[in-house]
Write a protein that binds this ligand. Sequence first.
Ligand code: PLP
Length: 433
Amino acid sequence: MDGDLARTHDLGEAYARERDAADPLADFADRFHLPDELYLDGNSLGPVSDAVEQHVDAMLSAWREYGIRGWTESDPPWFTYGESLGDDLAPLLGAAGEECIVTGTTTVNIHTLIGTFLDTLDADDDRGVLVNELDFPTDHYAIRAQLRQRGLDPDEHLHLVESRDGRTIATEDVVAAMDERDVGIVFMPSVLFRSGQLLDVEAITEAAHERDVLAGFDLAHSVGVVPHELSAHGVDFAVWCSYKYLNAGPGAVAGLYVNERHFGTTPALAGWWGHEKETQFDLNLTFTPAEDAGAWQISAAPMLSTAPLAGSLELVHEAGIDRIRENSLELTSYLMTLVDERLAERGCTVGTPREPERRGGHVAIEHPDAYRLSQALRDRGAIVDFREPNVIRVCPAPLYVGFREVRAFVDLLADLIDERVYEAYDTERGDVT
Ligand SMILES: Cc1ncc(COP(=O)(O)O)c(C=O)c1O
């Protein structure tokens, strides 16, 4: 299905319409409220859906009706909402319900899990954490802080795998770094935020375990668009956000996974919400952590930023994660083929790996004037984002983007380049792109 199949077809408007007509997910788009004609930024922030609105309305009604009693009397009770949504999410992660909890934010969850697993290394073991130089920076900020708090100099104990091409990270280099450096934990993204490369979670985990190294992952750019098999692969821990492909809203509650073999490990950042549920309201001053991933919760669940996730998960399950992935690969394949055919001669390059097993849900289009082009695109209703130094990230999220939108986007970008429209824009960077 992938790669150069599309080249054997006429790729025009009729082709796009035909593909959309045959797309079993096509009707889902009507259930989203898209703020712009071509909303191609779901890898940063997914749009609101009817299902999300309903769940937020229901949460407000429950708050109005129950007040404080909502923690126990609401359906489902707020007291265990993080646990019940963890159960709902677990199939997307390939995990057991008890291994997943909906809680906190991605960065705070990195703090607590990296801290927790650094603490499991022997007291005289000063092995560090292996990351890569193309990571999203918050991961490094959090890990450095956790190393510092354990008296470990981050400059010596945060080890960086280098990229060979500035776009991707080779699995062999991750493995070699585990042999060459003093590593206790490898922490990698599933999908690199800039190029969209999908890393080999299974191979990295296996290599880590062969070396007595723990393996954790940041799934921010894959949850909801790429199926995972965390338990089957024996991953030790993982974190993710809910505002990208899970469409749960800006700053929505995040989630984490802890493999069941680590249940009982003391959380680095303890809080009362991670207490064993049965006795939490005894309010003992001694912390007795829950016996599952719930132990890594810290504070009371933020119900209004958690409710949207219940709605968006309904849609994801209805569509099916395997179908979403299949559709995503078809859309990104079509996009890359159009870039090759229409935009390469206009100075654009695909910076995302071509192989289906090596790419996530978005495509990096590189162009020397990427920043100004991204601004010009946005002003014309094509919402994409820019990442330094030269990347336009384009995300055909399968639940609300079809082949026609991909086609229209490429047409628009070709026109903007031909007419040099972007030259009217300032090269100075704005605040949020
Ligand atoms: C890989 C990755 N991790 C973490 C984050 C953000 O963390 P937080 O949800 O804590 O703001 C992002 C944001 O885009 C990201 O791309």
